[in-house]
Design a protein around this ligand. Structure first.
Ligand SMILES: *[C@@H]1O[C@H](CO)[C@@H](O)[C@H](O)[C@H]1NC(C)=O
Ligand SMILES: *[C@@H]1O[C@H](CO)[C@@H](O)[C@H](O)[C@H]1NC(C)=O
Ligand SMILES: *[C@@H]1O[C@H](CO)[C@@H](O)[C@H](O)[C@H]1NC(C)=O
Ligand SMILES: *[C@@H]1O[C@H](CO)[C@@H](O)[C@H](O)[C@H]1NC(C)=O
Ligand SMILES: *[C@@H]1O[C@H](CO)[C@@H](O)[C@H](O)[C@H]1NC(C)=O
Ligand SMILES: *[C@@H]1O[C@H](CO)[C@@H](O)[C@H](O)[C@H]1NC(C)=O
Ligand SMILES: *[C@@H]1O[C@H](CO)[C@@H](O)[C@H](O)[C@H]1NC(C)=O
Length: 690
């Protein structure tokens, strides 16, 4: 049976097409219940108990009498981790920076092919946490600081991965927003903030059919997220009507009966003192009901049936290096790498480079790096370019194209290319800066699991390197590979800045595509770049209670509300061409508001624009000044015009969470509609009433 979810939040209704053989949840539940009825309590518990060892990062045991092979759960959100002959995928944050639904879907299908090809049942991704604090070590795994953007990116990713029959895992539920003390701290936010910001992307993942959700390490209001009745039972399984199973983060289970009764279905990686035989005896002692045990088992089996894994699923070959699942996926990686590069500054059209006499490639980030075991995706990157963060969110690369190699391969033969790939040999770097037309300085900022960044500066004296080069050459170009926001004390001293994020194994080719104009940059910032660290609403904290006192004012919403001018705002990015906006038209029906505008390429070259719709709610709603409710990527030849059409779902997107009644309430009154090229570059303004 073919099921299509129509998602009306977007310009062109986005169709989440599932795999042709995917069945409905009710059909999957029916099959699962038949199987569960054949199992003893001990076996039902086995379904949800990690074995602690096996080929994959998470494994469960087989039960032959129901033809159950056991499950393979494998990191990461961007590629098959700890495996060879897989592509070194592209980070979530770069995926978000494309603002391009088609590329997000393509990436997800590529990942689905690779996980399936290696016999992985469950991908541990996507990460749909919010970039609440700028220094969080895992911001690069997710999709940025806006819940609407994250919801769409997460939803498309889930649909794309699951279209290949692989179970996706939306994680980490919920408010896992810092790495410091992540297993002991308690995240404390009010009910409205939880619903409108932190649960929102999970709601969209559930709508897209996600079959697993991972509960997080942290506590919520003093109770561990994996034994939290309010977040798991009430919100996730109740309000969001999640039909799949909840698995713990690795070691995030702290109890048996308490967790089971709060809604946890699977304990990873196991075995431990809480699940397995302990849980079985708690069921026998009546501390966990038979119904709850059946529900757990049914949810796990139903997810497996729903994705069609009960027939013809490939054997597990995560550890078989000869199984090559890369296909042509490096093309998607190169394309997303270029499409996610954000051109922040480009004085006098310094870029693209066209037949310069000479260029300099300067800085350690332009060099090659180790992306194998003990390399830059498993540990902090000690040397070379950063194309991924580290920890469980990474994967080995089959190769890495360094920026130096990518540029050398693409530079015209008539261009002299000089390189100095050390951040510390300032003398050599300055010599190059003095002797070339354009010095291109590569700097980076690394981050990964278990560590928040200690500052927002680029790493390894990168600021000093840029200042030194800029002093000796007025045409300095800066390229930044970063896991999160960085400060730019040198911003006024350089001609051009490209913010390239973490672009994966094709790093050097992707940046060369942009620098030489083969690709016109069209990436947009998925988070705010502030002038100074203290401008951000919140930071990593050592306090055991992490108070989300900024409430709804996450990211750009804070900067708008407090009238703080960012260095570069959310949604910002330049192009090698220009676009004009005209003819705003707003029409309303009781269920939908449609906002249309015409976008014209007024410059000289082909390019893509990302028109964005922000909504200002009536004052009575007490929302931030404006919030994202639409975006699209419009590709245009010079002189051409297209109409962008944003369709806003009134019930979902123009309502607020009402805590007293525990429900969404549509707001009545006059709304503002802002259409623009970023959260601060508003080109058209209109209003409508509900
Ligand atoms: C946490 O406490 C706040 C303040 O009492 C409350 O608004 C919120 O709903 C609680 N959230 C959870 C998940 O318990
Ligand atoms: C999968 O593994 C089984 C058991 O080892 C084996 O019989 C079968 O041939 C394998 N299938 C493939 C496609 O390799
Ligand atoms: C990748 O797979 C090919 C084909 O099976 C094999 O020849 C090659 O050695 C594998 N590469 C690695 C790194 O194992
Ligand atoms: C940009 O170009 C104009 C015209 O050539 C020149 O006057 C101006 O100084 C340039 N600006 C910078 C910052 O180089
Ligand atoms: C440089 O020269 C080689 C050999 O003639 C040619 O194959 C290549 O395309 C040239 N590269 C560029 C960027 O023009
Ligand atoms: C969190 O901060 C808010 C706003 O500053 C304050 O009203 C509230 O008491 C704080 N909560 C805790 C638990 O510290
Ligand atoms: C875009 O328009 C501005 C203002 O007219 C102009 O200064 C700039 O050069 C244009 N940029 C491009 C890439 O055409």
């Amino acid at each position: 049976m073919k099921v299509a979810y129509i998602w009306f939040t977007v310009a062109i209704a986005c169709i989440f097409t599932e795999a042709a053989d995917e069945i409905s949840w009710s059909e999957a539940y029916a099959k699962a219940k038949v199987a569960v009825s054949k199992l003893a309590d001990k076996e039902k518990v086995t379904l949800g108990t990690g074995t602690g060892s096996g080929i994959c990062v998470g494994n469960t045991a087989a039960i032959s009498k129901i033809g159950w092979p056991g499950l393979c759960l494998q990191d990461s959100p961007l590629a098959v981790r700890l495996a060879y002959n897989v592509t070194g995928g592209i980070s979530g944050i770069n995926t978000a920076a494309t603002f391009d639904r088609d590329l997000v879907r393509q990436r997800a299908e590529d990942m689905g092919d690779e996980f399936r090809g290696k016999g992985v049942n469950i991908q541990l991704g996507p990460d749909v946490n919010m970039a609440r604090i700028p220094e969080s070590g895992r911001n690069w795994e997710g999709f940025g600081e806006d819940p609407y953007l994250t919801g769409i990116m997460g939803g498309i990713t889930v649909a794309g991965v699951q279209s290949k029959g692989v179970i996706a895992t939306a994680k980490h539920f919920i408010m896992n927003e810092q790495e410091t003390d992540r297993t002991t701290s308690s995240s404390e936010a009010d009910d409205r903030t939880i619903h409108e910001i932190y649960a929102w992307p999970f709601a969209r993942a559930v709508e897209a059919g996600v079959a697993s959700v991972m509960c997080s390490y942290n506590k919520v209001n003093g109770t561990y997220a994996c034994e939290n009745d309010e977040t798991l039972n009430t919100i996730l399984k109740g309000e969001l009507n999640f039909q799949g199973f909840v698995q713990s983060d690795w070691g995030a289970t702290h109890s048996g009966a308490k967790s089971a009764n709060a809604g946890l279905d699977m304990d990873m990686p196991g075995p431990d003192a809480y699940w397995g035989p302990t849980l079985t005896s708690q069921v026998e002692a009546g501390k966990v009901s038979e119904d709850r045990l059946n529900d757990m088992a049914t949810r796990i089996l139903a997810a497996w049936y729903k994705l069609g894994q009960d027939s013809g699923y490939p054997n597990i070959t995560v550890n078989d290096n000869k199984v090559d699942v890369q296909g042509n996926h490096k093309q998607t990686i190169r394309e997303i790498g270029a499409a996610s590069a954000v051109l922040l500054k480009n004085i006098n059209q310094t870029l693209p480079l066209s037949n310069p006499k000479s260029i300099g490639i300067i800085g350690n980030d332009a060099d090659s790096a180790n992306y194998g075991p003990l390399g830059c995706t498993e540990l902090p990157c000690l040397s070379g370019t950063i194309a991924s963060g580290f920890g469980s969110g990474g994967s080995y690369y089959p190769y890495i194209i360094s920026p130096a190699a990518g540029i050398q391969a693409r530079a015209p033969n008539s261009t002299q290319v000089k390189t100095s790939l050390s951040n510390l040999n300032i003398i050599a770097a300055i010599q190059i800066a003095k002797s070339v037309d354009y010095p291109i300085v590569f700097v980076n900022a690394d981050a990964g699991e278990a560590f928040d960044r200690i500052s927002l500066n680029v790493d390894t004296f990168g600021n000093e390197l840029i200042e030194a080069i800029a002093k000796h050459n007025p045409n300095t170009i800066v390229v930044i590979h970063a896991a999160g926001p960085v400060l730019m004390p040198w911003v006024n001293n350089v001609k051009a800045i490209v913010y390239a994020g973490l672009p994966g194994q094709e790093n050097g080719n992707s940046i060369a595509d942009v620098l030489f104009g083969d690709v016109n940059p069209s990436g947009r910032l998925p988070y705010t770049l502030a002038k100074q660290s203290s401008d951000y609403p919140a930071h990593s904290t050592l306090s055991p209670n992490v108070n989300y006192s900024e409430g709804l004012l996450i990211g750009y919403r804070w900067f708008d509300a407090k009238n703080i001018t960012p260095l570069y705002e959310f949604g910002f990015g330049l192009s090698y061409t220009n676009f004009s906006y005209q003819n705003l038209k707003i029409t309303t029906t009781p269920s939908k508001v449609t906002v249309k505008a015409q976008i014209k390429n007024t410059g000289q070259v082909y390019g893509a624009e990302v028109p964005q719709l922000y909504i200002g709610f009536p004052k009575s709603a007490q929302e931030p000044p404006k919030i994202l409710r639409g975006f699209d990527k419009i590709k245009l030849q010079p002189g051409h015009t297209k109409t962008v059409s944003f369709v806003v779902d009134v019930a979902r997107e123009l309502s607020v969470w009402d805590t007293p009644s525990k429900s969404w309430k549509i707001v009545n009154g006059k709304f503002d509609a802002y259409v623009g090229a970023s959260s601060r570059d508003i080109r058209l303004h209109g209003s409508f009433s509900i």
